[in-house]
Design a protein around this ligand. Structure first.
Ligand code: ADP
Length: 240
């Protein structure tokens, strides 16, 4: 490795030769067929492709939620293969945020407490938790909704709580799985703009699995996967 290369910060996520199969014998299906990929901080990257093409499986590998059969994944330069379950949990807790289609909020907790809980888990000192949680909720435009539980929030507001919960811990990487699929046009756009904000203004690597073409104009990079292979890698909105 040259000196100049060694001075570069490691990429947010790097996958090399990732393969994954499910099943045995004649029922064995190869889902990922050799994926090489680098995800960069400061960018909103979309992962698109037909249903069943391997998007969720790939995201699970990149987030260390599942291990490849062969090949390697590194997060911020740390190879995941060398980590046990505690090590994987630790790297996810410290560096990764997650946003899901179904919001994954706790029904009994207010918006403020959803965010406070995660900051407590990450080990943020008690006196800072409230300030950081309020600041994250303000960033997603929910100052007036801090004390409401999920049942009193709209779908768009719930997803904004989930984004606040993810960004409060200042993750290097935000994984989003179909974050706008359950939302109408207006709320889908608010959430999309927030994901881009997390990438551009917070410097996170945002990787978003989506079918939603409404996200396309906001993306820095669009990866396309078909039948377990990457078949496209474009930056359609880049200013030359
Ligand atoms: P996508 O997210 O693109 O819709 P997935 O990654 O969810 O695709 O799934 C790709 C294929 O892998 C599908 O055929 C699915 O049935 C299969 N698959 C995913 N997870 C498992 C699993 N845990 N066991 C067996 N097959 C699985």
């Amino acid at each position: 490795m040259t000196k100049s290369m060694s001075n570069q910060p490691p990429p947010a996520v790097r996958a090399e030769g990732v393969r994954k199969s499910y099943g045995d014998g004649t029922a064995r299906m190869e889902i990922l067929k050799g994926i090489d990929l680098t995800i960069h901080q400061g960018e909103l990257t979309l992962l698109m492709g037909p249903s069943g093409s391997g998007k969720s499986t790939l995201m699970a590998m990149l987030a260390g939620l599942s291990r490849p059969d062969t090949g390697s994944v590194s997060i911020l330069g740390t190879p995941l293969a060398g980590l046990d379950e505690d090590g994987l949990n630790d790297i996810r807790l410290r560096h990764c945020g997650f946003v899901f289609q179904g919001f994954n909020l706790f029904g009994a907790l207010s918006a403020l407490d959803q965010v406070r809980l995660v900051l407590d888990l990450v080990g943020v000192p008690g006196r800072e938790i409230d300030k950081r949680a309020r600041s994250a909720l303000s960033e997603v435009g929910l100052d007036g909704r801090l004390h409401l539980k999920p049942s009193a929030l709209s779908g768009g507001e719930k997803q904004r709580v989930a984004i606040a919960r993810a960004l409060a811990k200042q993750p290097a990487i935000l994984f989003a799985d179909e974050p706008t699929s359950a939302l109408d046009r207006g709320n889908g756009e608010i959430v999309t703009r927030l994901l881009r904000h997390v990438a551009h203004d917070r410097g996170a690597a945002v990787l978003c699995v989506t079918h939603d073409s409404r996200l396309l104009p906001f993306a820095d990079r669009i990866l396309r996967i078909e039948d377990g292979r990457l078949v496209g890698d474009e930056r359609p909105n880049s200013r030359q």
